[in-house]
Design a protein around this ligand. Structure first.
Ligand code: ASP
Length: 324
């Protein structure tokens, strides 16, 4: 009798366990895409009458950036590797205000800011006001992984970068003729950023910029400040911002959006809308973000934002203005 009862209990328990585990796995699968990647290349009043050829250069560069990131994520790579590789590509592309082609300060040279964050560990690294590092986002990663610090500025950051094998360049490397022409033109915003979710469920964010045109020497914007222009936390989201850095710093934009999700139970979209449209003002900028379930948001209060998204089950899409 006892044996028979034990048999029934064990079989029932096994069945319940099987059902629970099976349904959880099924649920998870439909809940979260395997991977997701979103990018931006800056926000502002981007001239809708720009020559077709120029538009196509932007579209194809954004598409290429998505391809680079997707390749890494699709083969099981880490979100941190994906965001770094994508931002490296955009830094090297002189179309954007990061790395080569970055805007120039009031004395006519580029000073670059960048940061990267790992949503799994909350580790972060940043460089600010660097003048000789070819790829500032990689220097940010070196600071995150090889030092006990989060942010290092100027010559100190350049020294760490050099010691870790990164390429240093002359100031002239960053100056392209297009940028020189636009020197003193006020509203150039073209920071680059990338956020990603990988197959392990880890989020990462990276942001890199030359800052604002004509800025004072030594000015640091929101991009290298964790919680202002960049943030990642597996509990909530990964987010990268672009726009008027001073506003993004004052409003703690990246962390505030995360906090609204964590403490007020807002969805990603609600939290982004709340901050971008209620705390900030029109023409301040935009954000791109992915939450822990793979939902994504591309929200801007400017006329336009260079942006793109791809992920499991999505056709890669790039846009500049509201609808195209
Ligand atoms: N947020 C950047 C800064 O203020 C500029 C930009 O996004 O274009 O440094």
């Amino acid at each position: 009798m006892k044996i028979r009862r034990a048999f029934y209990v064990i079989t029932t328990l096994a069945l319940i366990t099987f059902t629970v585990v099976f349904s959880l796995r099924g649920e998870k699968k439909s809940e979260r895409p395997k991977y997701m990647l979103v990018i931006h290349g800056g926000a502002g009043a981007i001239d809708a009458n720009m020559p077709e050829e120029m538009k196509n250069r932007y579209y194809s560069s954004l598409r290429k950036a998505l391809e680079i990131g997707e390749k890494i994520l699709k083969s099981g790579g880490k979100s941190l590797d994906a965001v770094e590789a994508v931002v490296n590509f955009l830094e090297d592309d002189s179309l954007f205000n990061a790395g080569r082609g970055a805007v120039l300060n009031s004395e006519g040279y580029a000073q670059l800011d960048a940061s990267i964050m790992d949503g799994k560990t909350l580790n972060a690294g940043a460089v600010a006001a660097v003048e000789h590092i070819k790829n500032p986002i990689s220097a940010a990663r070196v600071i995150m992984e090889k030092t006990n610090h989060v942010m290092i500025t100027g010559a100190g950051a350049e020294k760490v970068a050099e010691l870790n094998g990164l390429t240093l360049v002359d100031r002239a490397y960053f100056i392209t003729s297009e940028r020189t022409k636009s020197w003193n033109k006020a509203n150039s915003k073209g920071t680059v950023g990338c956020v990603a979710l990988d197959m392990e469920g880890n989020l990462a964010a990276a942001t890199s910029t030359g800052g604002m045109t004509n800025k004072l020497v030594g000015r640091i914007g929101d991009s290298p400040i964790i919680g202002a222009g960049n943030y990642a936390n597996n509990k909530t989201l990964a987010i990268s911002a672009t726009g008027k850095g001073e506003k993004f710093i004052k409003h703690n934009v990246a962390f505030r959006i995360s906090a609204l999700m964590e403490y007020k139970d807002m969805t990603l979209e609600e939290a982004c809308n709340e901050v971008m449209f209620r705390h900030l003002e029109p023409n301040d900028g935009g954000v791109v973000a992915i939450d822990k379930n793979g939902n994504f948001a591309l929200v801007f209060n400017t006329e336009s934002m260079f942006r793109g998204v791809t992920g499991e089950g999505l056709t890669p899409e790039v846009k500049i203005w509201k609808t195209k």
